[in-house]
Design a protein around this ligand. Sequence first.
Ligand SMILES: *Cc1c(COP(=O)(O)O)cnc(C)c1O
Length: 432
Amino acid sequence: MDHTKILLDENDMPKQWYNILADLPVEPPLNPATREPMNPKDLEPIFAKELIKQEISSERYITIPEEVREIYKLWRPSPLYRAHRLEKALGTPAKIYYKNEGVSPAGSHKPNTAIAQAYYNMKEGTERISTETGAGQWGSALSLSCNYFGIECKVYMVRSSFYQKPYRKSLINLWGANVVPSPSPDTQFGRKILEMYPDTTGSLGIAISEAIEDAALNDNTKYALGSVLNHTCLHQTVVGLETQKQFEMTEDYPDIVIGCCGGGSNLAGVSLPYIRDNIAGKTSTRIIAVEPSACPSLTGGKFEYDFGDMAQMTPLLKMYTLGSGFIPPAIHAGGLRYHGASPIVSKLVADKFMEARAYHQVEVFDAAVTFARSEGIAPAPESSHAIKAAIDEAIKCKQTGQEKTILFNLSGHGHFDMGSYDKYFTGDLTNE
Ligand SMILES: *Cc1c(COP(=O)(O)O)cnc(C)c1O
């Protein structure tokens, strides 16, 4: 039997991120007051300058700072697995590979951008960073990263997840950040929402408004976003670039690349280097974005300019959106409960470089269990959307006798999601 785990040497970790804006420009963010393209200067009270520069850069490759690579080395290069046992369980002639981003200290792909964002903020003298978190993955990744660079960190965590995932909060505290359930009494916007909707489950849109208000009102504070923006997709390309080097060590090359999509960063990370090669005419790899039916921005939203947050404080982004006031049901894939999707991913879907599909929560957990019982890893509910699509594609291969090679990004492990698995096994997990 050939490889189960394809490992790269530390020194073969990519030295640059790939910036797709060089090959495929996206429409610029608009100033909400004037509806004119945003002046980058206007973002400086909120974001580190270097991140604003990367947000609009058209340089094809951007060097990963050595201090960032040093920290990446704690878990990178991450392993690429050949899912022999899953293939066997499905009886498919397809070859299934998955990139395991669950091996990072925070348990997901999110530190790939959190470390970079904390680093540039440290360089520019930022003393404190505010942010929001859904399921807690981003909050813990940023807490970890701020800890390494001596930056104070305040996390507004969506209320439904704060209570569903108490140990994410503990992890955020362990690395030294302060975390509160959102809406919180700590901001004007939070107090307003608490008054209007005391029983709200919260949403990423609300938590983003709180974190931005915090950064706007405090001089020593900048804001960080874990997904959606171009620079987060840029930083995540280390994932796809590594897989390309890893595939060189096999006889295979992926016909299909799959990622789950919340804001779009892990999907962008695994797929953009393949899309680069598609655009260059070298390959024709299919790319599939997978989202929850309960929050279907790519498959059920409109492609238009919209706000990134509920208080309508962010610049307007051209993206697939369900509307900035949309509050999704409290599904267990908290990281996929966002009303919009990254402008890069949105453009790729609109221009047909990428397909999009949606699945219901219960069928996603069915797939997660099949995966856990073959490959052993307990996947995050978010990542299980990608697993479900990979399994469906592998079953199609079985029906048609095609030996396709399928790659999916296992964006994180589910060790903090066992409450959701419990509900699945007692039959209390529903589709809404
Ligand atoms: C945050 C998160 C996601 C969704 O975010 P993207 O930006 O779409 O990648 C998916 N999987 C895991 C494990 C996450 O933590």
